[in-house]
Design a protein around this ligand. Structure first.
Ligand SMILES: C=CC1=C(C)c2cc3[nH]c(cc4nc(cc5[nH]c(cc1n2)c(C)c5CCC(=O)O)C(CCC(=O)O)=C4C)c(C)c3C=C
Ligand SMILES: [Fe+2]
Ligand SMILES: [Fe+2]
Length: 370
């Protein structure tokens, strides 16, 4: 099988640096067939569901993909924006914010793109585009602050899987987490403080993260610990006492035990324990999506209020706020050390020109553009 090539490669093309921002992915439309395709790809990933393949194939195709797509499509329809899925819109805006900041500093030698692990725009398609644009050094930033094999490693698998089909691989760097990166903590703290300044502060701050099956923690996944560390650093920065905040886990799937305490059960029980008003923020979600808009701000709000709660405020995710973009740009720049050179540094431009002319003098049989 021929590897994906760079047949129209030209030595005249300048070498560019690529930053690929990724997120989980979302269906193409809030419809049952689109959900069947999306869930079929997502839930078949062995990083997501660690169940022996033959058994899981039967359960997935025999039960789940017959029932869940319709139910999920209805939930997605309730959050769908005129421009599409919220997750897709926010991710596109984040990539655009990062692009503007990096190109202002480094010029057009930096290319920024975004891709989704499942669905569109797919990782292989965006990597093709980046290669065509001359990207020879690639930094991948999955927008998962906390490492989990089910998300971060799965993204790595998709990149590595694409690379197995490519002839000429770029230099490659990968951000595997940033759960304790000070600018990320600071961006969240300022975001929460400005929400409090505008809307007032409730009795308790609930920090709700997407869950994973408990067995993933028992098998060594650091996700649970990283969520708790993010919460602790955020609480320290906000000067919260232990009784003023809590870490919980949402979005349970299936019957097995997931990370506890569960967000829904916690919210149902808090009013009975005297906690009548809460702020809820989701530090692990870099963008608002189905899981925050519908599950937290609708479903869980209802659980809390029906259980006797008197005040519920949902604090939106960082999305494409300037504070978030600034933090992500710092994260990218830290990871570009030695790769990116501001256009304003003449010695770098001179070095590059010298290298380019050296390269032109080199011989490479079969290439006529040397
Ligand atoms: C089946 C197991 C699942 C694991 C493990 C899991 C981990 C995980 N997921 C996110 C982030 C997101 N998940 C989202 C949706 C979603 N997640 C699952 C299942 C698992 N997730 C399903 C089936 C779905 C689809 C929705 C549904 O049918 O209920 C989303 C939202 C996507 C969107 O389009 O809005 C995000 C984001 C993390 C961070 C994580 C592990 C740490
Ligand atoms: Fe999920
Ligand atoms: Fe959910």
């Amino acid at each position: 099988m021929p590897y994906k090539g760079t047949e129209n490669f030209s030595h005249k093309q300048s070498e560019r640096l690529g930053v690929l921002v990724t997120n989980l992915g979302t269906p193409d439309a809030p419809t049952t067939p689109a959900l069947r395709r999306y869930l079929g790809e997502f839930l078949w990933d062995p990083r997501v569901v660690e169940v022996p393949r033959p058994i899981w194939w039967l359960v997935l195709h025999g039960i789940i993909l017959r029932i869940r797509p319709k139910r999920s499509a209805e939930a997605y329809a309730s959050v769908w924006d005129k421009d599409g899925s919220p997750l897709l819109i926010h991710t596109a805006n984040q990539a655009e914010g990062i692009r503007k900041a990096l190109q202002a500093r480094y010029g057009n030698d930096v290319v920024v793109g975004f891709a989704m692990r499942y669905g569109n725009p797919s990782i292989p398609r965006v990597l093709d585009e980046m290669q065509e644009q001359g990207v020879r050094k690639l930094l991948v930033l999955p927008l998962y602050p906390q490492y989990s094999a089910s998300t971060t490693a799965s993204t790595f698998d998709a990149i590595a899987g694409d690379f197995t089909k490519r002839r000429w691989l770029p230099d490659f760097r990968f951000v595997s987490h940033y759960h304790d990166f000070p600018p990320y903590i600071e961006a969240m703290a300022k975001h929460i403080e400005s929400h409090w300044a505008e809307h007032g502060r409730k009795q308790k701050l609930i920090l709700s993260y997407h869950g994973v099956p408990l067995k993933y923690l028992q098998r060594g996944d650091p996700y649970h610990c990283e969520c708790h560390k993010t919460s602790r650093l955020l609480a320290e920065r906000l000067a919260l006492k232990p009784e003023e905040y809590m870490t919980t886990f949402q979005s349970r799937f299936g019957r097995e035990e997931w990370l506890q305490p569960y967000t829904d059960e916690t919210l149902k029980s808090l009013p009975g324990k005297g906690v009548k008003s809460i702020d809820v923020f989701c530090p692990g979600f870099s963008s608002d999506c189905l899981e925050t808009i519908e599950e937290i701000n609708e479903e869980n709000r209802e659980y809390f209020m029906e259980a006797g709660g008197e005040g519920f405020a949902y604090i939106p995710c960082l999305n494409a706020t300037q504070g978030h973009i600034d933090a992500l740009v710092q994260l990218v720049e830290d990871n570009l050390q030695g790769w990116a050179a501001p256009e304003s540094r003449p010695e770098v431009l001179e070095q590059r020109a010298a290298l380019a002319s050296e390269r032109k003098q080199a011989t490479w049989p079969g290439r006529d553009d040397l």
